[in-house]
Every structure is written in C-alpha cells, then in structure tokens.
Design a binder for this molecule. Structure first.
Ligand code: S5P
Length: 275
C-alpha cells in the first residue's frame, strides 16, 4: 500500500534507523502523533510543561539555547521525563554550516546535543556535506536527522527546486536522514522518471499547527491537525504556543490543550488510513 495508508506500526518494522523506529513505535504505543515544542526560557517552566504534557505526546521538541539558566542537570531531568512518560527527544537546532563546524556544534559546546537528542534537524542549504558532518557524530550514536525541506513561515524560500533538492539529498543518505520538517508528505517529490518512490518512507514532522489562530504576527502560519495529517499526509504535528499559550504556569489549561491536539491529530490519522 502507499506509505500514507500504512499504520505507524507497519512502518516501524521497515525502519532501520533506531531513532525513526523508536518514534514510530512510540506513536503507536501512545496513540499519539502529537509533538510539543517547549519554547520557554526558564528551566522550571521547561520541565513543568514537559511533565504535564508528557503523557499525551510522542515527542518533545526543544530549543535548548533558549534556556537562560541552563545547567547539565537539565538534560538529566529531561531524560528522566523521557523515560517516565515515554517520549522521543528532538532538539530543533537547525544546523546550517559546513560539515566540520556542524559536527562540532552537534557534539560539543555547552549543550552536547548528540549525547541526548534522538533527532535533530538541518537546513540543506550547505549541500550534502552537512549530512556528512552530522552523521559522523550522530550515526554511531543511533541518532536521526530531519532535513528542513519546507518552512511554515510566510515568504519561505524553501520551496520548489530547493525542496526537491532537499529530498534528493535525503534519498542519498537514508541511513541517517529519516525524514523532513515540511508541510506535506514528500513521496515522489523531485524523483526522476525511473526512481522507485513507493519504497521510501520518510517521516514528515509538521510545525505551524494551531486550532484557534491563523498566525502570530511574526510570519508564522497555522494549519489544523486535520489539514496537516489527513489532507497533507504528515506524520507528526508539532504544536508550541497552541498548547502552552502565553502563561506556562496555567497547568490545567495546558493539559486540556494537549489532550485536544492529541485527539485531533489521532482522529486525522485514523481517517487517513481508513480503507
Ligand atoms: O518551518 C518551521 C520549522 C520549525 S522547526 N516552522 C516552525 O515554526 N518551526 C518550529 O516549530 C519553531 O522554531 C517553533 O519552535 C515551533 C512552532 O512553535 P509555535 O509556537 O508557533 O507552535
């Protein structure tokens, strides 16, 4: 069957990359294709939000460089929450430099991303050498990479032939590149006439998801889980402010929103795989 018709469980069997396999298995186990993006500046809010949304998500997406009071113990706490609630960790680092530099940024510095983040992402703008650099660190650790093939923002330059080139870069490195940050499935995008494309099964994680507003006044554009998962065939919805809102201390509302997005995302998936 076509990839977007297969269940997450069926797809998990065919992925060799440990991070991709883990994500698909986690989605199936928790019946959740919801990822929460926790873009807050204090360790306290960061960990509190993750602890309350944890039961409802397959994945937690971080921007670790936003945290003002970062210490290495935050990583230990994050890993403990990942074990407690059974979710995958994705540091949204958006690497974009030469191979040697990204290898250092991924392995070293204060954050040592490769040591704790199952998935990370990169802009394809430098060309295939960015994958060579990141995979030299991540592949031996069983990590996976997502390429930013499209963006959710108004006026994004990642479209057309740029998106096609991103998909071709991924096809050439399928051991490490497990999928895309994009607004839709990428099956067949940029494929030549003789290229088999039903074989490939890239994961598509989609940010810019919101049920209540269309944008944020800074270029972000929101679509609903139904548009993203059912109509565009994405695998995971990434929701940030739609869940934790403006006040990260309002825990009751965060739980209600997490449940709401989880249910919407899963219903859209069930409608997609329906025979
Ligand atoms: O195209 C993109 C790619 C990403 S990774 N658009 C995005 O918004 N993101 C990220 O998703 C962004 O960095 C932020 O962390 C999250 C969206 O947050 P929200 O609050 O707008 O839902």
């Amino acid at each position: 069957s076509e990839p977007h018709r297969r269940t997450y469980a069926q797809r998990a069997l065919h992925h060799k990359n440990p991070a991709a396999k883990l994500l698909l298995e986690t989605i199936e186990r928790k019946q959740s294709n919801l990822a929460v993006s926790v873009d807050v500046a204090s360790t306290k809010d960061f960990l509190a939000i993750i602890d309350v949304v944890g039961p409802f998500v397959c994945l937690v997406k971080t921007h670790i460089d936003i945290i003002e009071d970062f210490t290495p113990s935050l990583i230990t706490d994050l890993q403990a929450l990942s074990a407690k609630h059974d979710f995958v960790i994705f540091e949204d680092r958006k690497f974009a430099d030469i191979g040697n530099t990204v290898a250092l940024q991924y392995s070293s510095g204060v954050h040592k991303i490769a040591s704790w983040s199952h998935l990370t992402n990169a802009h394809p703008v430098p060309g295939p050498s960015i994958i060579t650099g990141l995979s030299s660190i991540g592949l031996p650790l069983g990590r996976g990479l997502l390429l930013l093939a499209e963006m959710s923002t108004k006026g994004s330059l990642a479209s057309g032939s740029y998106t096609e080139a991103a998909v071709q870069m991924a096809r050439a490195h399928r051991d490490f590149v497990v999928g895309f940050i994009a607004q839709r499935r990428m099956d067949g995008v940029g494929a030549g006439p003789n290229e088999a494309t039903t074989e490939e099964d890239f994961l598509v994680l989609t940010p810019g998801v919101g049920l209540d507003v269309k944008g944020d006044g800074m270029g972000q554009q929101y679509r609903t889980p139904r548009e993203v998962v059912l109509e565009s065939g994405s695998d995971v919805i990434i929701v940030g402010r739609g869940i934790y809102g403006k006040d990260p201390s309002l825990v009751d509302n965060i739980v209600a929103q997490a449940k709401r997005y989880k249910e919407e995302g899963w219903a859209a998936y069930l409608a997609r795989i329906e025979p």
